[in-house]
Design a protein around this ligand. Structure first.
Ligand SMILES: Cc1cc2nc3c(=O)[nH]c(=O)nc-3n(C[C@H](O)[C@H](O)[C@H](O)COP(=O)(O)O)c2cc1C
Length: 328
């Protein structure tokens, strides 16, 4: 009886295996000719505490198989969330996969990466037949560990972890409590307003409205826009960019207007205007880092990417921020 999976189901089997989220490791050793060898592997797992043992498996088709089969030592480096480039570097065939990496030497002169989330230096204890792979079991002789977040592999893609905080939403008699705790619109709105408190004070100090600040910051990214363009680009705020609003900025010497009352009149930042934009952008950056001080880099990344998706999916068809001006 053949135990092979029918060819039509190989992909499906791969997909089923991909449902299991793993970390990503780089396994390294040294060949008998003195060359350094390594590959990306997500087949790593713990085996035993007493004695400390771990395992990983290597494809029989790998050019590295005869080298690992003879190697008395190997090292497993569990990669951190920012080490996707290292994973890519070790998953592609190359004459020297260690180029540009900082290494030190372990038992048997094996190459050890200095950058990792965890590192296990192993003596090869057992090798087992495992279908089209060979399973290597290593006895851990030394290990190192940092608290960096891990790089994850899931469903054939790299992923990041976010801690699950068990936040219990009180189901009190107050019907607004679940609204205030769980409604995205409430949370986004409140986060926006609170994040903006400090900036609003800066604007008041300079006698500027929020809409005028949006115009100035837009011109800071992409100067020399017509009133009509600015109006379209800021349509998402629900407020208009009127000629009067621009005239107010011109009177304060923050922008220069290339003409009189006309939607095609172009606005450009003055020197003074550019200086104010720089000051307000730094205030906004300070407010952002203060507001996100308890988020780790992965959470911030996930938050921003989720917000980008919401911005895209709710976009009423606004022109791109850096689209060419009407004249171009
Ligand atoms: C996330 C990821 C996990 C991998 N896990 C394994 C593994 O556990 N075992 C294995 O033999 N190959 C694994 N590979 C593939 C090897 O990294 C790749 O085939 C090898 O580095 C190719 O280089 P080589 O030709 O020098 O052997 C993995 C690749 C990636 C991207």
């Amino acid at each position: 009886m053949s135990n092979a999976i029918p060819p039509s189901e190989v992909r499906s089997f791969r997909n089923a295996l991909g449902a299991f989220a793993t970390g990503v490791t780089v396994v390294t050793t040294r060949a008998t000719d003195g060359s350094d060898v390594g590959l990306t592997a997500n087949s790593f797992n713990s085996v035993s505490l007493e004695p400390p043992m771990v395992l990983w498996s290597l494809a029989k088709s790998s050019r590295a198989l005869p080298i690992f089969a003879k190697a008395p030592y190997f090292a497993i480096h569990v990669l951190a969330s920012d080490q996707e480039p290292v994973s890519r570097q070790f998953s592609r065939p190359a004459p020297d996969k260690f180029v540009g990496l900082d290494i030190e030497r372990g038992s048997g002169e094996i190459p050890l990466l200095r950058d990792f989330s965890a590192r296990f230096q192993c003596r090869t204890a057992f090798q087992y037949e495992g279908g089209d792979h060979v399973i290597f079991v290593g006895q851990v002789e030394a290990f190192d560990h940092s608290n960096r977040k891990p790089l994850v592999f899931h469903g054939g893609q790299y992923a990041l972890t976010v801690d699950k905080r068990d936040e219990v939403i009180p189901e009190g008699p107050d019907p607004t409590s679940s609204f205030s705790q769980d409604f995205l619109i409430y949370l986004l709105g409140r986060a926006h307003h609170q994040l903006f408190l400090g900036i609003r004070r800066e604007l008041e100090r300079r006698g500027l409205s929020e809409q005028q600040w949006f115009v100035l910051s837009l011109l800071g990214v992409s100067d020399h826009r017509t009133q009509a363009e600015l109006d379209r680009m800021l349509a998402y705020t629900g407020k208009r960019v009127t000629f009067e609003l621009l005239a107010g900025l011109a009177a304060a010497d923050l922008i220069r207007l290339g003409g009189a009352h006309d939607p095609q009149v172009r606005a450009s930042l003055t020197e003074h205007g550019r200086q104010i934009v720089i000051e307000l952008v730094s205030a906004a950056k300070a407010a952002e880092s203060d507001a996100t001080r308890h988020l780790d880099p992965v959470e911030l990344h996930v938050l921003k990417s989720a917000l980008r998706t919401i911005v895209r999916d709710t976009d009423p068809g606004l022109p791109l921020l850096l689209a060419p001006t009407d004249a171009e």
